[in-house]
Design a protein around this ligand. Structure first.
Ligand SMILES: [Cu+2]
Length: 267
């Protein structure tokens, strides 16, 4: 029976390794390919850390399996040996992980700086944001400056608004201002591998560059209340000309008062 339990406990780490092995091809880690260059670099970091963790996991599980099996096959009459531990072993498993952590910390610094530190943001984003994304229970409110105007923190009278659909140009880095009107939310664009908390009282600049026109998901990644699950929106990336046309349509719709003079009438 002891052998059965030793094998039983050893079986589950094998299942875990198998699941991780097949996860990549089945898009369980990520919903398909990264759609931005930054996304690919974030994904590279993820797989690097996953690799390190896998090696450690296999090593520790093999050691655990060995100990379980030894214990299960011990002769009944053998006494247990009391051990105070091993000083050199403890030194090794303290020093090796600290080197690994320092390595990861240094290795990811460039990506992190470009991803989050404003002074390292691409030059093109420094002239201002293209939109404000205001999270609230349970939707994403979008505010654009009027065509030709600059984004301001305080709304202006001619700003344009929409909900749950953020239009941005393709082929150049753009910056948006992320805010929340109530509780903490998190802006998550899985295909861009981009995630940032929206924190009450802060205006957080987030940048990305989408090379290909298309629609990309936005979801809320912070449990923010009963309607969290439906806090879904999309980024529509399009050419500058079709973006301009969209903005113009938005401006017309927003200024539409419902009254139209009849065609051909003199009034
Ligand atoms: Cu939310």
């Amino acid at each position: 029976m002891k052998k059965f339990w030793a094998l039983f406990f050893f079986f589950w780490p094998l299942v875990a390794i198998y699941v991780c092995w097949i996860a990549r091809d089945r898009n369980w880690w990520f919903p398909g390919e990264a759609m931005t260059e930054m996304g690919e670099r974030i994904e590279g970091l993820f797989y690097l850390i996953l690799g390190i963790v896998t090696v450690v996991f296999i090593g520790t599980q093999a050691a655990l399996g060995y100990v379980l099996w030894k214990g299960a096959t011990n002769a009944e009459d053998r006494k247990a040996v009391f051990s105070h531990g091993s000083h050199s072993l403890e030194l090794i498993w303290t020093i090796v992980p600290s080197f690994v952590l320092v390595f990861i910390a240094l290795y990811q610094m460039d990506v992190w700086a470009e991803y989050r530190v404003q002074t390292f943001y691409p030059e093109e984003t420094k002239s201002g944001s293209v939109a404000e994304l205001m999270a609230r229970q349970f939707e994403w409110r979008i505010r654009y400056p009027a065509p030709g105007q600059k984004m301001t923190d305080e709304p202006s009278a001619d700003d344009l608004y929409w909900v749950n659909e953020l239009h941005v140009p393709t082929g150049r880095p753009v910056k948006i201002n992320l805010r929340t009107q109530d509780v903490q939310h998190a802006f998550f664009a899985p295909q861009l591998r981009l995630k940032q908390d929206a924190v009450a009282g802060l205006i957080i600049p987030v940048w990305f560059e989408i090379p290909e026109a298309g629609e990309y998901d936005i979801v809320c990644a912070e449990l923010c209340g009963w309607g969290h699950y439906k806090m879904r929106a999309k980024i529509v990336a399009e050419s500058e000309s079709s973006l301009a046309a969209y903005m113009e349509k938005l401006r017309q719709d927003q200024n539409e008062d419902g009254f139209k003079a009849e065609e051909g009438s003199d009034e």
